[in-house]
Design a protein around this ligand. Sequence first.
Ligand code: ARG
Length: 453
Amino acid sequence: MRQGRFDEPASETAQLYSESVSIDWRLSSHDIKGSLAHAKALAAAGILTREEHEQIEAALTVIEAEIKAGDFRWERSLEDVHMNIEAALTKRIGAAGAKLHTARSRNDQVALDLRLYVKAESAEICTRLRALQRSMLSLAERYQTVVMPGYTHLQRAQPIVLAHYFLAQMEALERDHARIIDCARRADVLPLGSGALAGSTIVLDRELIARELGFAKLSQNSLDAVGDRDFIAEFLFGLAMIGMHLSRLSEELILWSTTEFGFITFSDAFSTGSSLMPQKKNPDMAELTRGKTGRLYGNLIALLTTLKGLPSSYQRDLQEDKGPLFDSVTTVKDALSVFAAMLPELAVNQGRMESAADDPNLLATDLAEYLVKKGMPFREAHEAVGKLVVRAANAKLALNNISLLEMQEISPLFDEEVLKVFNVRASLAKRAAIGAPSPENVAAQIARWKSLL
Ligand code: ARG
């Protein structure tokens, strides 16, 4: 912005270096909304006549339509979205347009646009999180009774059902949803009226503006309001967290799609081939999602680092908030859409999963708990079953093929009933504490999510 005190135009190099319109044009609809509300307050304060106000409203509406249609010429020499729109307005209607920036600075204007943007995009992210949760819920329903090994350390641990896995992912996305809503609440504060840093001698009705734009609160300190980007940092954290959850899901699905696991197959529509190896079918969508998590973290760290050394109020450094913000929003929205479309098309190899779950070692803990129920302290039971596991391994026998006699050598508490322990479905049925994967619990969780979603 070079007016008044400047004799020379900015150097071309400096203009190119400092312009932001190539990025912040994305704020145009929010910028226009903000200007319409500001104009209303200027009219209410008697700064604009009724005719001037009407001229501004009409011209901004036309400009917005031009932008939507792709007919608007963005000028890099006009620096940013705010100056571009204001210049177009003044070109159309002259003096009335030149009054619009009364009692406003680009500092409170850009803070306003960003808050409107974060509010709108957080609602969109929430919608897409819900869509993904719904696609997971339908998988949970479809595979409600498919038994599979649950893993810790990527080693077979205890039995679960596939539904329990998808319900687990939905819990993580639910926390993400709550986090985004929470951070949208803190973005829901009107900064307009803060001016450059100290408000204005022309006092506008900020409550009118807040009502007009749908803000729940007004900022209470102009110096803070123009320099505050906490709401963006929080939003970027929320988006990074979503990325992390999708990345962990991706990693697992990639693993499960290997020949070694053979648990799932991605549909053709969401797989890619190799330019060299004809047999390959690669899980690129999941890999890209895992990979893109890097930029989501990077965007968060970039903003936090930009903010860390800044004096209070506005500094031009703050212009660097937009690239990371827009990039993370686009990245997460795309990833959520891809996953919501890709998951319902997953083919699940139930046979492979269930035969993997048929491993009696998955029930070693159940065996220890059997001894506990007969009165043995758990640590001793753990030790006793450990010995049995070694014996079985040495004899190349499955744990359930050791004779009762041999078991009784280790503990006299073993009796014929022990054979009943080696039944995966019976084991699942007993896992009945809240949150554990008994069939009743899984059914109840599915019902709970159905009513929630
Ligand atoms: N393009 C600027 C930004 O994105 C708008 C605010 C400019 N303010 C200023 N005092 N130069 O931050």
